[in-house]
Design a protein around this ligand. Sequence first.
Ligand SMILES: [Zn+2]
Length: 247
Amino acid sequence: MAHSWLEPPYSITRPPMSVTYNHNRIPDQVDVKCPNCGQQAEFEFAEVRRIKLKTDVEFFKNSNTFEYRQFQDSCGHYWHGALYFAGFHGPPHSAIHELPEGYLPGHWEHSGYLYVDHGLDIGSVRCLNCQLAAKHNLRWPVDAYFSISYKHHVLWAFNRESACDLNNYLQSKCRDVFKYRWRWFLLHVPTVFKTHKARETVSRRILRLLSSAKADIRVALFKSTIRKKSNHSHPKFKRDSVPHNPW
Ligand SMILES: [Zn+2]
């Protein structure tokens, strides 16, 4: 039971180079296909911090805000971790009110950089279409919502903004990635998608996906959360849909 988190934790799913492109950075939040209904949903990584003292373990085990887990490092040593799911609770500074000495809410903030720094692929997925709010192990880029195929190659983007940058970049005659916010992502786009021949087909498929996608899923999810918070007769999320132990 629950064997997967005892495996080496530094195992974020990486696609093989021959199939698609690869790099080490991924944002804290990405748009995914909802595992329940297949519509556009948001995945947000959980943050994990090591529990320093054995005497602190009980606090995190009993907390409604954290999830306690035991991890194993690459040398085989076990360590205690406290996971925080911002996708369920919101920013840590507004949701974490009590902590043992030596810990701060900021310890569970996202890194602030456009990559994850803990190497875990655990997080939460929220879908406005079917109201799913569940823990999820990200499989990237299999889960990517902004994903198209072209000649047996998969082209994906992290979210709407990076998909727009990708399309503009592919359409542009000037291939200066430094004009774009998602430049580090564009730098890794394989040549097969950048050829003159591919441009029209690839762009048409990206645009079709963009036109069917929500304009801003994060704003919509935020509004949905506020609405549910103000209605006390309803739970914050459809928590029944959260598997008891999805791993
Ligand atoms: Zn859904």
